[in-house]
Design a protein. Sequence first.
Length: 554
Amino acid sequence: MPERYTVSNYLIDRLLDVGVKHAFGVPGDYVLDFLDHVVASDLQWVGTCNELNAGYAADGYARLNGAGAAVVTYGVGGLSILNALAGAFAEQVPLIVVSGAPPGRRRETGAMVHHLVAGYYLQLDVCKQMTADAAILTDAGTAPAIIDRVLTAAITQKLPAYLELPLDVALSPCARPGAFAEPTPAVSDPESLEECVAEVVALVDAAEHPLVLAGVDLLRFGLGEDALTLIETTEMPFATMLSSKSVLPELNPQFVGIYQGGWSRDAVRAEVEAADCVLSLGVRRTDLDTGLFSAVLDGPRVISAAGGEVRIRRHYYREVELGDLMRGLAAAVRPRSYLSSHPASGDRFARPFVPEAGVPLTAVRLYEALDHFLDDDMVLLAEPGDAFCAAAEFHIEEAENFIVQGYYCSIGYCTPASLGVALARPRKRPVVLTGDGAFQMTAQEVSTLVRLRVPALIVLINNDGYLVERKLHEDGLYNDIQTWRYAELPAAFGDPGSVVGCRAQTEDELETAFDTAAANCDKLVLIEAVIPGRDCSEGLERLGRAFRAAQPKK
């Protein structure tokens, strides 16, 4: 503990208090003094190749750790990380951004310092639009209270936060922190909760075919166990959505499948839409989760609970928290015998991949092989595009073993996010399923993965450019990219003995590549899977057809 306790020390200690053990970022002159304090502390510094990737890495870290932090310099760093901040806000991820800033005397005089754009409050004003709370620490006396307030807002609301740390304040002495006050969870109004539970129980008990639709809020707010207790106690069937995949165990015999409206498998769509009472828990009706709004989730049969309120037909119950509602229902809903009438299906288990020698690789066969390869000690990060369209049908049991940006859909997210995942879960292997276009956006972060000896597996689909865009619209030259020798890239980032690159064009070559990945579980492995003819999953084909049909005619 340093003799002179400063605002920098306070901020670092509070980050540690909320569970952040790593800080991702890029150095810059306005933040170097703060970084000196970071290096001298228990907070581990993880330098990345650029600020956007730092934000993605901290986002991946936060999804598994409960919070993540990125540190940048002013202007060029703070504005570079904005896309990651926006994604965390859209996806409800508590990413905490700390930005160094010019000293207060420069701000007060309006001096035209480097990295300034159009006034000293621009960066703060922009960040306010994408955070639970944002502030400039202008005074050492008030800084502790502001830091506590901002961090509490991020943890409680599961949203990003922003703290701007001027050079002079960073080095100013301040009071040492007391015990960190754990954020108080929202509490339901007792009368509203009691009345709401009674009405929902009556509707569920009267239904012949009720069903639970589990949404992403269960994942973000850690309510999976409460939902599972409700489902298993009442023996109701349940479905999830792309963004909430694996929030509940998919080997559970009551699991119906992934529901995405018209994009769903026929059996899943039929069961969800035939239910006479749908208990919609924490569902966010985004276009991709609802199959471009083709989901049938309206009318008197749907009970919607999310965001602290419950809607039943024309009734709205305010101040009814999702966790309280589920616990109340689990204790009161009449159990029914679901298992006797719905035997478990054999397709709940990944089929063995049996390659045919010399047969050219297809998208479907690639995904079958990867599905078979994955196990409970791996975390799959599926990039927007064909990767997450296919991965929706993968057999993944643990909620934390599947990460997808199912709403914001920023391609290039997964490679740097795997860095955060690896540090948050050091005993698990991050597996990145990415396309060539997405990989080229953030490929430089493989350098950091190699430097930190992260044994990631990157499965790169080489399908000649932006395939998802080709499927959504008439093709154009804007979807073309330069072809790289992807399998050779890992060796270019460091010691060739610490990395492995493979190229697979046939089924047997792919099996050999996965065998190599399994045998080198302590190394970074990149498998370049060459998919000719712009072949893709049926999921992406459905997405393309629906998207084109929804566009105005030319």
